[in-house]
Design a protein around this ligand. Structure first.
Ligand code: FES
Length: 304
């Protein structure tokens, strides 16, 4: 069970500003939309901003999110935070600001705050007619994590801004490393480089001590780590997409991943599966047994 703050739970159970904002042709007003993430990766957010053209002020903000408790709370918090700001002021909102507004997020859920900040940036640049790739310095970076399409630039930014010290933390913030795990060594290298760059101004005073402390806190002697929650989510989604859904779809049904908490996997049975008298068997045999076989014997699947 995640340790959520009261504010996270409040905005999850009673989200503010859920939904879309449509263009109505109202004079002096335009709608900006930014979309980040993909359902295949576990989270997706579409952010809508109603902007007063003359002042660049955000009059209203709404969101549509596919994701977990913290994704919904982060999206809701973001919309509350940016209302009344100008676009330039909104661009200064960081993922840390979103997490702070919520009174903090479990570290494994920090990627939800990053997703909010990125959707905000995407909406504003779309509004300004600047293609995402043209303003996004990621396009000049080297692809590090092919599972999630994350470059070294994005990882460096997350490490520097949030003072990250391990590859597991990077996965929690930007998902890199959360799939097959083959990029984890490269992520460790990037963390070491960023920390060395950060430590350089202090070398004349206590540089030796600083780099020694950083190095010892970054690495765990190459021991095998258990799956992070993000890695687990990505694997579960992959097994559902590649091994379960094709079978169900062939029978006129389908399944959608709804949420994951620890080893409890909640799914929505759809189509013929939703009304089928043998839906319990579908859950236990087609889905739970497959996930236990592929990922963990502890997994329990429930329909919501
Ligand atoms: S390449 Fe990064 S997790 Fe697979």
């Amino acid at each position: 069970m995640w340790d959520y703050t009261d504010k996270v739970l409040e905005l999850f159970y009673d989200p503010k500003n859920q939904g879309a904002i449509e263009e109505t042709g109202e004079a002096g007003v335009k709608v900006a939309t930014g979309e980040i993430g993909s359902i295949a990766c576990g989270d997706a957010l579409r952010l809508h901003l109603k902007v007063e053209v003359a002042s660049d002020k955000i009059l209203d903000a709404r969101f549509q999110t596919f994701g977990c408790t913290s994704a919904i709370a982060s999206s809701s918090a973001l919309t509350e935070m940016v209302k009344g700001l100008t676009l330039d002021e909104a661009l200064k909102v960081s993922n840390k600001d979103i997490a702070d507004y919520l009174g903090g997020l479990p570290e494994a859920k920090m990627h939800c705050s990053v997703m909010g900040q990125e959707a905000l940036e995407a909406a504003i640049y779309n509004y300004r007619g600047i293609p995402l790739a043209a303003h996004d310095d990621d396009d000049e970076g080297v692809l590090i994590c092919s599972c999630f399409g994350i470059t070294d630039t994005k990882i460096r930014k997350a490490v520097a801004q949030n003072n990250l010290l391990s590859a597991e933390q990077v996965t929690n913030y930007v998902k890199a490393g959360g799939g097959c795990g083959s990029c984890l060594t490269k992520i460790d290298d990037i963390i070491r480089e960023v920390k060395q760059e950060t430590a350089k101004p202090n070398l004349n005073t206590n540089g030796v001590k600083a780099t020694t402390e950083i190095a010892s806190s970054m690495f765990n002697g190459g021991q095998q780590k258990p799956l992070t929650n993000v890695q687990k989510i990505a694997l579960i989604q992959k097994v559902l997409d590649e091994e379960v859904r094709p079978v169900l779809i062939a029978d006129g049904g389908d399944v959608e991943l709804y949420d994951i908490e620890g080893n409890k996997v909640q799914v929505i049975l759809k189509g013929a599966c939703g009304s089928c008298s043998s839906s319990t068997a579908t859950l236990k045999v087609a889905i739970e047994a497959r996930l236990r076989d592929r990922i963990s014997k502890e997994i329990i699947v429930e329909a919501v």
